[in-house]
Design a binder for this molecule. Sequence first.
Ligand SMILES: [Zn+2]
Length: 208
Amino acid sequence: MNLPEPFERLVKVLGRLPAIGRRSAERIAIELVRGERRLLGELLSALGDIQANVRCCSRCGALTTKEEDPCRLCTDPARDGALLCIVEDPGDVIRIESSGGWKGRYHVLAGRISPMHAKGAKEIGVPELAARIQREHIREVVLALDTDVEGDATAAYLADLLRPLRVRVSRIAFGLPAGSGIAYSDPVTLARALEGRRGYDEGGPAEN
Ligand SMILES: [Zn+2]
């Protein structure tokens, strides 16, 4: 069936979003066409606002606004600036924050090392991370990366890189089943995983 060209275009754009397949994209597009006009207006306004005002923090990569860069997490004096939690997605920062289990700062990588997707250390921003660790005199780095093959490879690479910088490296894994991700963990499990983080080379809990 030939769909109107603008409709087909919208379906294609929606289909490029994560976790939205062709059928979901069609359902959303139909709802926007047929549903209340207010929804379409609100969506347009929210998208415009995001485009104009929402950014990733230039220091840590977490979501922030144009007016607050560096973000509040970076400038909050109550946070321990010598502790750095490394994640692979700005969404992970939101989830870890809602667990209430972290009082340090963050650094968001641009994904993880993945030879299959031609992503190496440079592509995910490791040189910037290493520079930041030295510049800000970081004492401990907690790797909060998913426990799958690419997450493990990225964690191993970072642990090797950071060892000579005299930084304690630990990884959250406690309570997170193998293959699971931060995106699917509830706040209580995440807080426990942070608290029970293990020194990367020691196999035991990190000392404070
Ligand atoms: Zn920040």
